[in-house]
Design a protein around this ligand. Structure first.
Ligand code: A3P
Length: 309
C-alpha cells in the first residue's frame, strides 16, 4: 500500500524487504538485543538503523511508552491534533499500519519509505527504553517526544489481559494465565519485555525520566489525561505548536474518547487494545498483600524522583 505513494518509475525495490522479512520471521520470540528482551516483530537491524540513521526533524512526533499505558489513545490524540479535518488524517490511518511507524518493529527499509511519504509531520511510536533511542540526536533535531506514564498496578492488569489474548506473548517466558503466578513474575522482573532480565515497568519509566525536562520532551500521565482530558489536550497542542480552538479541542476529546475509539476500533482488534479504559481497575484484581508488595517496590524504585502513583 505504501508503495502506491511513489510514482511507478520511482518505487523502491522491495526484494531486500522480502529477504529481511523472512529473517524477521526467524527471529525467535523474546530475542535479546543489547540485553533487552523484546516481543515478536522487533528486530535488531531495525533498532540499529533507527539509532544510527533515522533523522527526524522538529516536525516529527514520537509517542514513547511501555505497552498498555495508553499508547493507542495518545497516538490517536496526536493524530487528531495535527491532522484534524485534513485528508491526510484518513490517508495516514488507512495506509500505514500503526506497527509500521514503530521504531523497533519491522524492517529498516520502512524508514526510507516513511521518510519519503508526503506528510509533513510524521507520528512515530516506540516501546524502546531510552538508552536504545538516540536521545542526543533527537534533542538536537527537536523531534517532539511524548512519554506516557501509567500507574504500574493498572498497567499490570492491562498487560495480564493482553497477554492472554496474544499467542506469541503468552508463550514468552514468565507469563501465566494464573493471576497470582503472573503477578509474582511481573514484579520480580521475570517477564522482561522491552526490558533487561530482572527489570519491570518502573525501570522503563526510570530510563526516560532523566529527559523529562528537555524542551523536546513531555511526560503525560494516563491518569491526568483521563481526569482532565481537555486541559491535557490543550497542553499537547501547545507542545506540538498547533493552534486549536476550544471547540476543536472538545471535538478531539470526544473523537478519541474510549467509547468512540472502541466503536471505530481504529483498524485494531477491539478486544486487544480497548478493554476497560479506566483508572483503578487494579483494585478488582490485586489482593491487599499484592497491593502492599507493589507499593513497597514502587516506593523503592521511585524514591529520589517526583513520580508518585
Ligand atoms: P485497559 O486494559 O486498562 O482497559 P496501549 O494502547 O498502550 O496498549 O494501552 C492499552 C490501554 O489503554 C487499555 O487499558 C485500553 O483499554 C486503554 N485505552 C485505549 N484507548 C483508550 C481511550 N480512548 N481512553 C482511555 N483508555 C484507553
Amino acid at each position: 500500500k505504501v508503495l502506491e505513494y511513489f510514482p511507478e518509475d520511482k518505487r523502491p525495490d522491495i526484494t531486500p524487504l522480502i529477504a529481511e522479512r523472512m529473517s524477521i520471521y526467524e527471529n525467535p520470540v523474546g530475542k535479546e538485543y543489547k540485553n533487552y528482551r523484546f516481543w515478536p516483530g522487533s528486530h535488531k537491524y531495525t533498532m540499529e538503523w533507527q539509532y544510527d540513521n533515522w533523522n527526524p526533524t522538529n516536525d516529527d512526533v514520537l509517542v514513547a511508552s511501555y505497552p498498555k499505558t495508553g499508547t493507542t489513545w495518545m497516538t490517536a490524540i496526536v493524530k487528531n491534533i495535527i491532522y484534524r479535518d485534513s485528508a491526510e488524517k484518513l490517508e495516514m490511518t488507512k495506509s500505514i499500519s500503526f506497527l509500521y511507524s514503530y521504531l523497533e518493529q519491522g524492517i529498516p527499509l520502512k524508514y526510507e519509505v516513511m521518510e519519503k511519504l508526503p506528510w509533513k509531520r510524521k507520528i512515530w511510536g516506540t516501546h524502546l527504553p531510552a538508552p536504545l533511542v538516540n536521545m542526543e540526536k533527537l534533542k538536537k533535531n527537536g523531534c517532539k517526544i511524548i512519554y506516557m506514564v501509567r500507574n504500574p498496578k493498572d498497567q499490570a492488569v492491562s498487560w495480564f489481559h493482553f497477554c492472554q489474548k496474544d499467542p506469541f506473548i503468552k508463550s514468552m517466558e514468565g507469563y501465566s494465565e494464573n493471576w497470582d503466578e503472573f503477578f509474582n513474575g511481573y514484579i520480580s522482573g521475570k517477564q522482561a519485555n522491552c526490558a533487561k532480565e530482572g527489570e519491570w515497568y518502573p525501570d522503563h519509566i526510570l530510563s526516560w525520566y532523566p529527559y523529562r525536562n528537555d524542551d523536546n520532551v513531555m511526560f503525560m500521565a494516563y491518569e491526568d489525561l483521563k481526569k482532565n482530558t481537555a486541559v491535557e489536550v490543550k497542553k499537547l497542542c501547545d507542545f506540538l505548536n498547533v493552534k486549536r480552538s476550544h471547540d476543536e479541542i472538545l471535538s478531539i476529546v470526544k473523537e478519541t474518547s474510549f467509547d468512540q475509539m472502541q466503536t471505530e476500533a481504529y483498524g485494531l482488534s477491539k478486544s486487544y487494545f480497548f478493554r476497560k479504559g479506566r483508572v483503578g481497575e487494579w483494585k478488582r484484581r490485586f489482593t491487599v498483600l499484592q497491593s502492599e508488595q507493589m507499593d513497597e517496590k514502587i516506593e523503592e524504585k521511585f524514591s529520589g524522583t517526583d513520580i508518585r502513583f
